[in-house]
Write a protein that binds this ligand. Structure first.
Ligand code: HEC
Ligand code: HEC
Ligand code: HEC
Ligand code: HEC
Ligand code: HEC
Length: 302
């Protein structure tokens, strides 16, 4: 028994601390924004920061702004109305677990926040969708930022690589790092791999949730359609490097990418007439349309 307790104690101490789990959970959107503050990155990574600021990742609770409105309707029409066994009748009943239906991917750092933050986000989405600019500004304070990709989501196989460590930015190499709060740089095995993006860009229904939702499914169609048919480029190749769009990571908003997305070949053959006994001669044409999608997955999606 004593030995068992000792082993447990050692195990407990040896569990690596995740980046933020050791800290107290955030109790407001402001506290969560502070916990994941990336304002310091701007001074040294100015170009990347500017690209990221324009990306949908930086406004992942607002989107085009369809996201804000859809989160609002997931709360009002889903949780509070149609999903009768959700346990939610009013905003105050909302827990982090409810908001994971969307925030699992749109704001994964919600795992470091209390139910109060889940409620604050739900309320801000409802008010924001109704035109309240302050509520919208509140949602803009948090999003998929540098630390989400370069820490929280940088390690996938926890039994191999452990949990992401506090004070580390994960990239393509090991070494010292100049940020006073993030003093070291470590190599993430997946920074150049599609699986990094696949963690949020979806496989299909989210069966891990109590009430599965389905939103993005690109990683599923990338794995099951693009790769088996010989596709060899990664998400990063097409969305960051090929068109030199870097951390803006656009889709339709980048004209060069939009242009390369679908190639359409139309071949027409006109016949002078087609003879039908009852009607006589009918002018006829044959159209052969060949459409080739050059995307690495189905389009459109989401
Ligand atoms: C004082 C300047 C400074 C600040 C502040 C800073 N960085 Fe860096 N960062 C650097 C430098 C310089 C390098 C390149 C180091 C090298 O190549 O040896 C680097 C490298 C990195 C890398 C690894 C790049 C690679 O090649 O794989 C990542 C990721 C990164 N920084 C993210 C961040 C994030 C996120 C923040 C904000 C939390 C941040 N940095 C703040 C200076 C800074
Ligand atoms: C933490 C989750 C997460 C990760 C990791 C992630 N994304 Fe996203 N991405 C999102 C969400 C959520 C949106 C949609 C935001 C919105 O509009 O509401 C999005 C939007 C996009 C868009 C659409 C942008 C536009 O302008 O139309 C592209 C392209 C994209 N991501 C590519 C990538 C690539 C490439 C990677 C990997 C290098 C990646 N994402 C990693 C969650 C993620
Ligand atoms: C599996 C991760 C995941 C979940 C769960 C998820 N989303 Fe998304 N969502 C994404 C990604 C990634 C994108 C961007 C890529 C795309 O459009 O395919 C996106 C795009 C969107 C868009 C279109 C983006 C825009 O700016 O117009 C809306 C709207 C949206 N999500 C709302 C929601 C809502 C509401 C929920 C919860 C009911 C939810 N999503 C759940 C990952 C997810
Ligand atoms: C959606 C995920 C995502 C977000 C958000 C993100 N990055 Fe990156 N970043 C990547 C990926 C993926 C690479 C590696 C691309 C490659 O090597 O092919 C990368 C590369 C880098 C590099 C090294 C390569 C280079 O271009 O110099 C630095 C430095 C960096 N990011 C800093 C940042 C900073 C600072 C922010 C926030 C302003 C940020 N990143 C936000 C995914 C992300
Ligand atoms: C071979 C190149 C290629 C690869 C690989 C690729 N994409 Fe795309 N992606 C595209 C093109 C092209 C478009 C369409 C742009 C357009 O129509 O304007 C697109 C569109 C998108 C969109 C917008 C879809 C929508 O309907 O809103 C998202 C999000 C996206 N890609 C994410 C990803 C992710 C995540 C991966 C990796 C799993 C990936 N892409 C791999 C080329 C690629």
């Amino acid at each position: 028994m004593r030995v068992f307790k000792l082993i447990l104690a050692v195990l407990f101490i040896a569990v690596p601390l995740t980046a933020f789990a050791a800290e107290k959970k955030a109790n407001s959107i402001d506290e969560l924004a502070k916990m994941y503050d990336v304002s310091s990155c701007k001074a040294c990574h100015a170009k990347i920061y500017e690209e990221w600021e324009k990306s949908y990742h930086a406004a992942s609770l607002i989107g085009s702004p369809r996201t804000m409105a859809t989160i609002a309707s997931a709360v009002k029409d889903g949780m509070m109305k149609e999903w009768t066994k959700s346990g939610v009748k009013k905003v105050e009943d909302i827990k982090v677990e409810h908001m994971l239906s969307c925030l699992k991917c749109h704001l994964p750092q919600i795992k470091d926040a209390t139910d109060a933050v889940a409620q604050e986000i739900a309320k801000a989405a409802i008010d924001g969708a109704a035109g309240d600019e302050d509520a919208r500004a509140k949602l803009k304070k948090v999003g998929i930022n540098c630390l989400v990709c370069h820490n929280t989501k940088a390690l996938v196989h926890k039994w191999v690589d452990g949990e992401p460590e506090k004070g580390v930015v994960y990239g393509n190499k090991d070494g010292a790092h100049a940020d006073p709060k993030y003093k070291s740089m470590k190599k993430s095995p997946i920074m150049k791999e599609s699986i990094l993006c696949g963690q949020c860009h979806g496989l299909g229904p989210n069966f891990d949730l109590a009430n599965p939702t389905q939103c993005a499914t690109q990683y599923g169609s990338y794995l099951h359609a693009y790769v088996p048919s010989g596709g060899s480029e990664t998400c990063q190749d097409c969305h960051m490097h090929k068109h030199k769009t870097g951390h803006f990571m656009p889709a339709y908003r980048d004209p060069s990418q939009a242009k390369s997305a679908v190639k359409v070949d139309v071949d027409t053959k006109a016949y002078y007439t087609f003879y039908a006994p009852a009607k006589g001669h009918i002018p006829t044409a044959v159209l052969t349309v060949k459409m080739i999608s050059n995307a690495g997955h189905r389009i459109p999606d989401g």
